[in-house]
Design a binder for this molecule. Sequence first.
Ligand SMILES: [Zn+2]
Length: 163
Amino acid sequence: MKVSYYSRLSPEHISILEEFTKDVPVKVGALAKALGLKVVVAALPLKISGLIKPDPDGGFVIKVNRFEPKERQRFTIAHEIAHFLLHRDKIQAGVVDSVLYRSKLSSRVEAEANRLAADIIMPLDKVSELSAVYRTQGDHQIIATLAETFQVSRQAMEIRTGD
Ligand SMILES: [Zn+2]
């Protein structure tokens, strides 16, 4: 996870992230909890994947759309965690993410959240380790197997392995 935003994370957050990205599938719900975040699976409008907003009891709450596939919900939780880790000062009354992960925040900020979300849910060292394990399966099948192992969509894994 040695990328530009790394230096902006607190040592405490880094150690929590490292602990939770050691094993796959990454337990994103438990990770959120360890970071002090509440996660609610909710009936959100169809064009919304998720949101993060201040919780009335203090801290922040993440809501994820229950109508979307499980794999997609996992990525959304990771995306909202990324907003918390990197963009807390910009959340204000809340950040609502569309299905394209667009919000009131700039596309640069959204791209950054997607990058950290991918680092959380598809740790590169694990992706390369398991790609080597599955390499006899052939490219197409490897993506499917990896997606299943990491519990992410094939599309997300395809983008990740193309990184
Ligand atoms: Zn976002």
